[in-house]
Write a protein that binds this ligand. Structure first.
Ligand SMILES: [Zn+2]
Ligand SMILES: [Zn+2]
Length: 263
């Protein structure tokens, strides 16, 4: 399994992209930044978006991915296939009601026609595994002010956990600990320690909160841990707090990272 980081920040500043990971070239985990990073050709290979939740920093580029693909379809390019968005039913409903509602942005689930639309929506249930050409993806509910799922990724006997946006949570760690060959964890770490109350309120973690969460992980110290969703303007401050936690094999993700996960 190959995970290419397109964006890994919880805020947008010049040069810092919002959350989006490209898995094996055809699957996106969240869509904060794909059209800012990928070439048109790379964008056209995307077939699935797994959406953790509906906050703008995770859905923004659904709008522009759909728009770019629509133009290709208009030009008669046959490989401009549909993109299937997978999420909890309530998230898909909100996406249609508040985002692709023909006011904020066109409803690409009906363009050019409903039958042959650019975007297709497919709901999943929490802890239901979806198999995309050998890549097994299981959503797991986490703690955030809106319905949100992290994801377990499993391919060729190796597993990765992506917590998505979360505060203190339990179930995802139980599932992480059940995995036979967990290789890596990507975990929320949004604010510096002096913003603990803000983190609590907004359903995120600080370096101290992140350490508390990771203490639930049996393989801590043996596997790679990557932090994501850092607020760019406090990145330097956070980097020293993260270093002070002194956890082996742990670091902040960067936008040039490409994680190759093998059994
Ligand atoms: Zn976010
Ligand atoms: Zn969020």
């Amino acid at each position: 399994m190959k995970i290419r980081v397109l964006g890994c920040y919880g805020g947008q500043l010049l040069g810092f992209h919002l959350t989006s990971f490209l898995v094996n070239e055809t699957v996106l985990l969240d869509a904060g930044s794909p059209t800012e990073v990928l070439t048109l050709e790379e964008q056209s290979r995307i077939e699935h978006i797994f959406l953790s939740h509906t906050h703008l920093d995770h859905i923004k580029d659904i709008a522009f991915l759909a728009d770019n693909r629509s133009l290709k379809r208009w030009a008669g390019t046959i490989e401009a296939s549909a993109i299937t968005i997978h999420s909890l039913q309530e998230n898909l409903d909100r996406l249609l009601e508040h985002f692709l509602n023909n006011i904020v942005w066109p409803d690409f689930t009906k363009i050019p026609t409903k039958k042959d639309a650019i975007l297709k929506l497919k709901s999943f249930n929490s802890e239901q595994t979806i198999n995309i050409e050998g890549l097994k993806i299981t959503p797991i509910e986490v703690e955030h002010p809106v319905p949100c799922t992290g994801f377990l990724l499993d391919q060729d006997g190796a597993q990765v956990i992506f917590t998505a946006d979360t505060g203190h949570t339990e179930r995802i760690w139980e599932i992480a600990n059940e995995q036979p060959n967990l290789k890596a964890v990507i975990i929320d770490c949004s604010f510096p320690n002096n913003c603990e109350a803000l983190a609590e309120m907004s359903g995120h973690l600080t370096p101290q909160g992140m350490r508390k969460e990771l203490s639930k992980l049996n393989k801590l110290g043996e596997i790679s841990v990557y932090l994501y969703h850092m607020k760019p303007e406090v990145l330097t401050e956070m980097a020293s707090e993260v270093e002070a936690e002194n956890i082996p094999h742990l670091r902040m993700l960067t936008q040039v990272d490409e994680l190759i996960i093998e059994a």
